[in-house]
Design a protein around this ligand. Structure first.
Ligand code: PMP
Length: 394
């Protein structure tokens, strides 16, 4: 068999995908995936939008298009930054991508050489770790505290060790559900301002806030549009559209466009046009309000059941938005051992270990609250409570 390229040797198969195979069994209640609730997908409005696009744009909607993305979609994204964050982003610096996942891949291609130091959060988003691994960087972790990243460690990595890139998810992070405080955002921006580090701010969950006040992006504290802001329609409309974007620096935009051209020419013309039609013809804010009320209620229920069913010594984050809770077991426990016990109880979650580039996280785990129905949340948390008690009794 021919040898595989060296770059493949660093890349782990996603552990989550492996778990999803186990949880395909419908008798298992799964808090493992990161899926939005499918009942909330706008099927009827999307069908209307698709019909209108085909009737009104016909062949153009099915033709090749420009790499940067459909102009109306880029303008819509820029207008939303203005309306929601009071940020002036030139549509010329917005590249439409096939989901944030492609933004990560393109940014990795454009900036990372083998051996470059890449700072990521501990725990960090596994899909980004996987995407960046293909460019063979050296990963270094920045521990997250309830307020935000450990600034001393970030300063060491960015200023002393001259990290090439820092990748962060400041709102309702995947996997921890944590959010950077305003002070932490300013402190991170201060450190970035005096460094040469590329800052990648990934924000798929920012619009899904059900408590507290919205926070400005870290990048909004950086001068002159420094920083790369990633967004996606996956959590506010539907992930199967595979549409996201990166708001890039003007200098990097041509490189990103070239990288995207080489990769897939452009994201689907038809799907972009259908999405634009959907966004114009419908009230997205009302739709997001519905998503938030459902997810918020499910989060409250999961937290309430965790307090009732999990033994003393188990802690849990209380995120103000997003889709995930982060549970930590008492000292000496292993979430992998718990996983095996819980599969016997027919309930699944993701053990924390794979989210840590430094090999930590043995006691932690991620629970998703957006996908399961309320009765499955109640039953699943009761099953997990039994699993944890069995683990502690060992
Ligand atoms: N970034 C983060 C932090 C995520 O949680 C996800 C989805 N799991 C993505 C990026 C990828 O999202 P998409 O490619 O669907 O936009």
């Amino acid at each position: 068999m021919p040898a595989f390229a060296k770059r493949m040797s660093q890349v782990r198969r996603s552990f989550i995908r492996e778990i999803l195979k186990v949880t395909a069994d419908p008798s298992i209640i799964s808090f493992a995936g990161g899926l939005p609730k499918p009942d909330l997908f706008p099927i009827g409005p999307m069908a209307d939008a698709a019909a209108r696009v085909l009737a009104e744009n016909g062949p153009a909607a099915l033709q090749y298009s420009v790499t940067e993305g459909e102009p109306e979609l880029r303008e819509w994204i820029a207008a939303r930054y203005k309306a929601r964050k009071n940020m002036d982003i030139d549509p010329a610096n917005i590249l439409v991508t096939s989901g944030s996942q492609q933004s990560l891949d393109l940014i990795g291609k454009v900036f990372l050489d083998p051996g470059d130091l890449l700072a990521v959060e501990l725990p960090g988003y596994i899909g980004a770790i996987q995407a960046f691994s293909l460019f063979e960087p050296e990963f270094a972790g920045v521990p997250l505290t309830p307020q935000g990243p450990d600034i001393d460690r970030l300063t060491e990595l960015l200023l002393t060790r001259k990290a090439k890139m820092f990748y962060a998810v400041p709102n309702f992070q995947n996997p921890s559900g944590m959010t950077y405080s305003l002070a932490a955002r300013r402190a991170v921006a201060e450190t970035l301002r005096v460094s040469d580090t590329v800052f990648v701010e990934d924000d798929p969950y920012g619009e899904l806030r059900f408590a507290g006040e919205p926070m400005p992006p870290v990048s909004s504290f950086l001068p002159g549009g420094d920083g790369f802001m990633l967004g996606t329609f996956s959590k506010i409309v539907a992930p199967g559209l595979r549409l996201g974007w990166v708001a890039a620096t003007p200098e990097a935009m041509p490189k990103l466009v070239t990288a995207k051209q080489a990769s897939d020419l452009h994201s689907s013309t038809f799907v972009q046009r259908v999405l634009v039609r959907y966004l114009i013809d419908n009230d997205l804010d009302a739709h997001i309000a519905t998503i938030k009320s459902v997810y918020g209620a499910q989060r409250n229920l999961m937290l309430e059941r965790i307090k009732a069913e999990f033994p003393e010594g188990v802690t849990c984050t209380e995120p103000e938005g997003g889709m995930f809770l982060w549970v930590t077991l008492p000292e000496g426990c292993s979430a992998f051992d718990l996983f095996d016990l819980c599969i016997k109880e027919k309930v699944a979650f993701v053990p924390g270990g794979p989210f840590f580039v430094d090999g930590g996280g043995a006691r932690a785990m991620r629970l998703n609250f957006s996908n399961a129905d309320p009765d499955r949340i109640v039953e699943g948390i009761a099953r997990m409570g039994r699993g944890i008690k069995a683990l502690l009794a060992k």
